[in-house]
Design a protein around this ligand. Structure first.
Ligand SMILES: CC(C)(COP(=O)(O)OP(=O)(O)OC[C@H]1O[C@@H](n2cnc3c(N)ncnc32)[C@H](O)[C@@H]1OP(=O)(O)O)[C@@H](O)C(=O)NCCC(=O)NCCS
Length: 162
């Protein structure tokens, strides 16, 4: 966790960026992530051949009247190899099958092409744009809202044999 949040290449495209992230903060983050009593669930991404997890996915705001939001961070150098697509698909499947979500959505910085490619391949649609929503690099960036319904996800992810 400490390694991932201190990797500028990985955090460049996140919605929220931290000024710093200490080992102590990382330890507390992992402890919170492992609890199952709140509305969020976090999952480590394990890849064959890698001794440690390479990143995580998250579902934020489960068990509410509003749909949960998907989060993902591949913190190690395995981006662009299909890991994100598979990890996000497994997490979305959990949202629908295990937690009974009626929809999953995400806020994505408009310049995050990789994230948009992944969710598009999983049946998501671009539903709107929050103009200038993000303070970024001394300026403002647009934030896109994307979402998916269960049947759209199922047909788009059929090839993944979830
Ligand atoms: C977004 C993220 C989870 C995707 O995971 P990944 O393992 O890199 O994704 P995949 O390899 O499954 O797919 C990436 C897709 O984006 C494309 N891509 C990658 N970088 C790109 C870029 N700079 N511009 C356009 N497309 C890009 C790849 O070609 C691939 O598309 P394809 O399958 O159509 O060829 C990962 O890159 C990541 O963690 N990024 C940093 C954190 C982040 O941005 N999280 C999401 C916040 S909204």
């Amino acid at each position: 966790m400490h390694r991932w949040f201190n990797n500028p290449e990985a955090t460049r495209t996140l919605m929220e960026q931290r000024e710093s992230f200490s080992e102590e903060e990382a330890r507390a983050w992992v402890q919170r992530a492992a609890t199952t009593d709140g509305e969020d669930r976090k999952y480590a991404i394990e890849v064959e051949g890698h001794e440690e997890p390479v990143g995580f996915t998250a579902l934020y705001g489960l068990f509410c009247q509003t749909a949960p939001e998907l989060g993902a961070l591949i913190g190690d150098d395995v981006r662009g190899k299909g890991v994100g697509r598979r990890a996000e698909a497994l997490t979305i499947a959990k949202a629908f099958d295990e937690f009974g979500a009626h929809r999953v959505y995400g806020r994505i910085p408009a310049y995050n092409e990789a994230a948009k490619r992944v969710v598009t391949s999983l049946g998501w649609r671009h539903e709107g744009t929050m103009r200038g929503h993000l303070r970024r690099d001394g300026g403002l960036a647009d934030c896109e809202v994307w979402g998916v319904l269960p049947e759209e996800f199922r047909s788009a992810a059929a090839d993944l044999e979830l």
